[in-house]
Design a protein. Structure first.
Length: 57
């Protein structure tokens, strides 16, 4: 934001661009977790996830 010190509109646009990109990535991960836990076929999805963790150890 230091670069846009004299241009608050540019500073806000830069901030929004950076934050929204991170929010979109987090949103996708959150949606996948929600679907795995509560979505269609949730018990099987969770069983597969746990089995994959057990296979790594």
């Amino acid at each position: 934001m230091v670069r846009e010190r004299d241009d608050p509109e540019a500073a806000l646009l830069r901030f929004e661009r950076d934050m929204l990109a991170r929010s979109a990535i987090s949103s996708i991960g959150g949606h996948q977790s929600f679907e795995r836990t509560f979505g269609y076929n949730a018990p099987e999805n969770l069983r597969r996830m746990v089995a994959s963790f057990e296979a790594m150890t």
